[in-house]
Ligand binder design. Structure first.
Ligand SMILES: Nc1ncnc2c1ncn2[C@@H]1O[C@H](COP(=O)(O)OP(=O)(O)OP(=O)(O)O)[C@@H](O)[C@H]1O
Ligand SMILES: [Mg+2]
Length: 723
């Protein structure tokens, strides 16, 4: 049972050292502690507290080694003698586990995953275990583990803990990585993440090239044919041989489609063109690269690795699915080989903890993804080979039952949907007291409080735990989020767009539309930055972007620099120092006289659109009006015109937004921009306007707490906006 990677000595004879009973946590650390009638009986070691994930005999053998404190028991009992209130809760990190962390939005799930990662890091620092931990992050909240959690110093104090950062390695998409200055890479411990195109099967390609759907059969065949030709080599019409490639790029695939006579014969030019366009789009993500990141790069003994795909925006999902598939398969294969051959595979791959946030997108209950089978396989087989899995989701009812049913420990934060509560009840690996089954009870658990069910205490019941505060920072924004964005906007494409030939198939036209419509995807904009942070961030970005553009000799500056590029100095232009005086003017009917139009020097339409989109996402005005909650969902639209009076378009856009049911609320003047702001119940929308040489760009942001409401409104708006 025990993994050979854990040290043999020290732990067993340590028992004598710790005769002192563990100190109970103070009540101030456990503000929520309801009374639970059913008696609580867990595996308790008086020197450390409650022990999760271990049998008594296992614990007797390894004692305190390889345990990590994840929280404290937060329930009182009538029987003071048996009450475990205030006992620290220790999680076994030695034996392999499949854990499932559930909870509605904002209930503290990702935070809890961070606690598990921290405890793995601490146990490794104490040299009690030697594993690899890989955290899969789509929302940019784990990378910040490098920094100490100074924001929650008061809570940490109640737990007698001190804040501390961890040296995690952060893998970000290659394109974002390449664009960053070296000192940033070093300081933030960044590494480039890429996927070798050779890793993808035909169906994986379908998933990448056709978001959420599958390619037409013809295109599927064409992809299959292309992969086969590139792998095995092919002969050109001239008789020249193109040799087989063990490792190839998307460009190699495109060349093959264009020049392989066997493909020429079989497929219509339109089909080829449509596939080539999709491949180019995938290439522009900047993550597909020969060689690719391997499981050995990511799963390194003694290391916490964060895979942060947030910079990919809405394209993150297929990339992550393929990456997770590769990781699960490779880790399992190596670990299995180790057992089969009876030799150590540790040099190849250590026992690995795979921690996956937002797992419902990768292992959904219905439908398939490139990662689903691999994750289910890993959950079913991994434990036998020393591998652990932690899956996290908002919606237990939306995660494949094959995966949840493998869980030996379930930590559930607050849940509010009946279907999710039912899924938890069905799968809880311990007894669920009647009190916990009550919807009112489970839906009102405060943030950071969870119900814990542990299979190793089988016939015992689940209990209420307060998750401990994080030592390192959880999420939040730092300069990097802004920098990721800048790089995303600025780095030139690897592949130049070629003018399209005279192909007129519907498919191609459709695809063209898609490309034209493409608005820059932007990660969640920074929130909660202090004035000082803003100053530093902006100064830094200004310099950096300037250098980048100087290098590329482009006529463009993303900051609000006044002359010489501004054609006419705007009437209320403030000094260019960093003090943003905002002027908020309540307004219920549009008065275009009050709107400042930002006028740029000569810019291409693309750059104008990007600069304006950035403006609406990153300005201080947006942060006061739009981005007031981290939980909000956002959609960004861009209206572009040429040769029309910008105020006319402003009026048209305003009419469009008003006719979607929103009301005009206020204008916010910030430097030489004006933000026109609308409201309706919990929803907000705002836009601003910029021009360059007769081109007009108006980015609109729609934001609210409910995803479907936001996308409905954005959809309605799209149909009403001037085109
Ligand atoms: N145990 C805790 N102690 C203190 N603060 C916490 C705790 N758990 C969560 N929080 C706070 O609550 C916020 C939300 O937590 P978290 O990001 O983990 O939610 P989530 O359930 O992952 O939400 P989402 O579904 O949106 O991803 C965090 O910013 C964090 O500061
Ligand atoms: Mg989360």
């Amino acid at each position: 049972m025990r993994d050979p990677s854990t040290p043999d000595e020290d732990s067993t004879n340590a028992a004598s050292l710790a005769d002192r009973p563990v100190e109970l946590l103070p009540k101030s650390a456990l503000p929520f502690h309801p009374r639970v009638g059913d008696p609580l009986d867990l595996l308790v070691d008086l020197s450390v507290g409650v022990v999760l994930g271990r049998s008594e005999s296992f614990h007797r053998k390894y004692y305190t080694g390889g345990l990590g404190i994840i929280g404290g028991v937060a329930e009182t009992s009538d029987d003071i003698l048996t009450s475990l209130m205030g006992m620290p809760v220790n999680l076994d990190l030695m034996g392999p586990h499949v854990m499932f962390v559930a909870g509605k939005r904002g209930s503290g799930k990702s935070y809890t995953l961070g606690i598990i990662a921290e405890e793995l890091a601490l146990a490794m620092e104490r040299r009690e275990i030697e594993v690899a931990a890989v955290v899969v992050d789509t929302v940019d909240v784990f990378r910040q583990m490098v920094d100490a959690n100074d924001e929650q110093a008061d809570i940490l104090k109640k737990w007698s803990l001190e804040s501390k950062g961890f040296p995690v390695s952060v893998y970000i998409p290659r394109r974002t990585y390449v664009g960053l200055p070296d000192e940033v890479k070093k300081k933030a411990r960044l590494f480039p993440l890429s996927i070798g195109p050779k890793e993808l099967s035909v169906s994986d390609w379908g998933y990448v090239l056709e978001k959420g759907g599958s390619l037409s059969t013809t295109m599927d065949n064409l992809i299959g044919e292309t992969l086969e030709s590139v792998r095995k080599g092919y002969t050109l019409a001239s008789g020249e041989k193109v040799n087989l490639k063990r490792d190839f790029s998307i460009k190699d695939m495109i060349v093959c489609i264009e020049t392989n006579p066997a493909i020429e014969e079989l497929y219509k030019p339109a089909t080829k063109m449509a596939l080539i366009q999709r491949l180019k789009r995938a290439d522009r993500l900047g993550v597909f690269h020969p060689g690719g990141t391997s499981a050995q790069d990511l799963a390194v003994a003694g290391q916490i690795t964060v895979i942060d795909v947030a910079p990919l925006g809405s394209d993150a999902e297929p990339v992550l699915a393929i990456l997770t598939n590769m990781l699960c398969r490779q880790v399992l294969t190596y670990r299995m080989a180790w057992t089969d051959e009876g030799t150590s595979a540790r040099e190849e791959l250590p026992p690995t903890w795979l921690i996956i946030d937002e797992a419902h997108t990768l292992v959904p209950r219905s439908g398939n993804t490139p990662a689903k089978d691999a994750i289910v396989g890993y959950a079913k087989l991994g434990r036998r080979f020393g591998c652990s899995l932690v899956l996290c989701t908002q919606q237990p009812s939306a995660v494949s039952d094959d995966a949840i049913s493998q869980a030996d420990i379930i930590i559930s934060h607050s849940l509010s949907h009946d279907s999710d509560i039912k899924a938890l009840q069905q799968r809880a690996p311990a007894v669920m007291p009647e009190q916990f089954r009550d919807k009112v009870f489970i839906s009102s658990l405060p943030r950071g409080v969870a119900l814990v069910f542990d299979q190793s205490t089988e016939n015992k019941r689940g209990f209420i735990m307060q998750v401990r505060p994080r030592l390192s920072q959880h999420g939040g924004t730092d300069r990097l989020s802004g920098l990721f964005e800048a790089v995303r906007l600025l780095i030139p494409e690897d592949i130049e767009e070629e003018p399209d030939s005279d192909v007129s198939e519907e498919e191609v036209i459709e695809e063209e539309d898609e490309v034209v419509e493409e608005i820059p995807e932007v990660p969640r904009p920074p929130l909660k930055l202090s004035k000082e942070d803003w100053r530093v961030l902006d100064g830094w970005m200004k310099d950096y972007i300037k250098t980048l553009f100087d290098q590329q000799k482009q006529e463009y500056d993303i900051t609000d620099e006044p002359a010489p590029r501004v054609e006419e100095p705007p009437p209320t232009s403030k000094s260019s120092d960093m003090e943003w005086e905002l002027e908020r003017v309540p307004m219920t009917e549009l008065d275009t006289d009050q709107i400042h139009i930002r006028r740029f020097g000569p810019l291409s339409a693309l750059l104008l659109g990007k600069a304006m989109t950035r403006q609406v996402l990153y300005s201080r005005a947006s942060h006061q009006f739009l981005f007031t909650s981290e939980k909000d969902i956002r959609e960004t639209l861009l209206v572009e015109h040429e040769g029309v009076d910008p105020l006319e378009i402003v009026e048209d856009v305003t009419t469009g937004i008003l006719s979607s049911g929103m009301s005009l609320y206020e204008l916010i003047h910030e430097a030489d921009f004006t933000f026109i702001c609308f409201r309706k119940d919990g929803m907000r929308a705002a836009f601003t306007v910029g021009t360059s040489e007769g081109k007009v760009a108006i980015p609109i942001v729609v934001i609210g707490g409910n995803r479907s409401e936001v996308s409905n409104l954005a959809g309605r708006l799209r149909s009403k906006l001037p085109s």
